[in-house]
Design a protein around this ligand. Structure first.
Ligand SMILES: C[S@@+](CC[C@H](N)C(=O)[O-])C[C@H]1O[C@@H](n2cnc3c(N)ncnc32)[C@H](O)[C@@H]1O
Length: 218
């Protein structure tokens, strides 16, 4: 996704208390970053933050980390998080954000981090064969997530893309995950916990059904 450079982003993220500037320094220490022992959920590729900013204030009993490769996206996510917490009259205590290339996620999360759930929403489908290894659900990535996702922990994955979805089902099974829930039309499935993302709203308005699955680490 193209996004214009915004001069306010860097200084705002620099000053933001819930934005981690050097995430690799916290490798293997993430669970201790919130001052409690609540479960930790992460969103990979959070984009403009529409999902995490709605989800996190609803669940003060869960800690969240949202990651995106682009600082511009993270800046927009930061503002959305601040607005949602302000509207709810809450202090921002259970969310951290940082910029990182998820293909190198093993530089920031390690085997001593205990993650209960991972959200991957509308990641790039990388349709060409030679690019498929960049998919955030590719086995190369799933093996990395397994090092810090606890046994019985979940990956919740949504996409508009049929090819990516079908391939990902096979990736999850190949990498020791059990598919606990699957729908090829989330919005008419009766699944109640859903929080739509920016891309989800866009694809949905175009009439494209949203594919969704929950994969559990065996
Ligand atoms: C299509 S957008 C989806 C954004 C949001 N999850 C949504 O559903 O609206 C994909 C997002 O993933 C981020 N992204 C893509 N590749 C990434 C990578 N390797 N590491 C971290 N973020 C990545 C992009 O910057 C972008 O914000």
């Amino acid at each position: 996704m193209r996004i214009r450079r915004k001069p306010w982003v860097r200084p705002e993220l620099e000053a933001c208390p819930f934005c981690i500037k050097k995430p690799f320094e916290n490798k293997n220490k993430w669970n201790g970053m919130f001052g409690n022992s609540n479960p930790l959920h992460i969103e990979l590729g959070c984009g403009k933050g529409g999902f995490i900013s709605k989800l996190a204030p609803l669940h003060p009993e869960i800690n969240y980390i949202a990651v995106d490769i682009k600082s511009e996206m993270l800046g927009l996510a930061k503002r959305k998080i601040e607005k949602e917490y302000a509207d709810a009259g809450l202090e921002i205590k259970n969310v951290l954000i940082f910029a990182q290339n998820i293909e190198m996620i093993d530089e920031v999360f390690g085997e001593n981090d205990v993650i209960d759930r991972i959200y991957i929403n509308f990641c790039n489908p990388w349709p060409r064969k030679k690019h498929k290894k960049h998919r955030l659900t590719h086995p190369r990535q799933l093996q990395k997530y397994r090092t810090f996702l606890k046994d019985g922990g979940e990956i919740r994955f949504k996409t508009d893309d049929d090819g990516l979805f079908e391939d990902s089902i096979a990736y999850f099974e190949e990498c020791g995950f059990e598919i606990k829930y699957l729908t090829k039309d989330l919005h008419s499935s009766g699944f109640e916990e859903n929080i739509p993302t920016e891309h989800e709203n866009m694809f949905s308005e175009m009439g494209i059904p949203i594919k969704f699955l929950i994969a559990v680490k065996k």
